[in-house]
Design a binder for this molecule. Structure first.
Ligand code: MD3
Ligand code: FE
Length: 203
């Protein structure tokens, strides 16, 4: 892991192939361990529809949604605390940020062939001066980013396995989403699909 000059797309810093295949393998094993204790589930949106993305979390907080809205919770819906964020994942945060604080949530998003994530802002956290760090694993995903208002024009970029993005400064509150997955484009996951990790400071 040797962060060289990132691509800068409207303040989104994109480190292409930051993680070697060996590093990706270690992280994936660690994430499988997390999911064994805290199984993936499909959160229900405020509109009552299950999300197409499977989710779980590690850390003091996990992201959660049901009919009463989006929020962070201390426990998995099965009632147990979220597992700790693996060291292999913590190291990425240290490599690409100079934050004094460690993240307290690692949200795990799992995309199968038809899963997508609509354009949204991440604003359930308390302090937007901390960046969000995202790690892509497995199949490529078409990432769309816009500005701080929904009507702002957007542009898209394919994120591949091993890519790491840092959303800080003006990009922290930008609208973003995943339009589609290039299913089968990576051999990292046995049954294909895409896993995205987002590291956040919640409170
Ligand atoms: C820009 N996840 O979990 S990661 C999410 O690939 C989320 O699963 C997408 O959006 C995924 O909320 C995109 C890239 C990302 C993550 C957080 C951001 C971009 C961001 C926060 C602020 C601005
Ligand atoms: Fe997001």
């Amino acid at each position: 892991m040797d962060p060289v000059k990132p691509l800068n797309l409207r303040g989104f810093l994109i480190y292409k192939s930051l993680l070697s295949p060996a590093e990706q393998g270690v992280i994936l094993d660690d994430i499988r361990g997390v999911i064994k204790q805290a199984p993936l589930f499909s959160p229900i949106t405020a509109w009552g529809k299950p999300m197409s993305v499977g989710m779980s979390s590690a850390g003091r907080y996990g992201w959660y949604s049901d009919r009463s809205g989006y929020r962070y919770e201390r426990k998995h819906p099965n009632g147990t605390p979220w597992p700790a964020i693996p060291q292999s994942v913590m190291r990425i945060w240290s490599a690409v940020t100079d934050c004094a604080r460690a993240p307290d949530c690692c949200l795990i998003n799992h995309y199968t062939e038809k899963a997508r994530m609509g354009l949204h802002q991440d604003n359930d956290e308390q302090d937007f001066s901390f960046p969000v760090v995202s790690v892509s694993l497995g199949d490529e995903g078409l990432f769309r980013i816009g500005g701080t208002e929904r009507k702002d024009k957007t542009e898209s970029i394919w994120l591949s396995s091993g890519d790491v993005c840092v959303m800080g400064g003006s990009a922290r509150l930008a609208y973003h989403g995943i339009d589609r997955i290039r299913f089968g484009s990576s051999a990292l996951l046995r049954n294909n699909g895409r896993i995205n990790l987002t590291l956040r400071v919640v409170d």
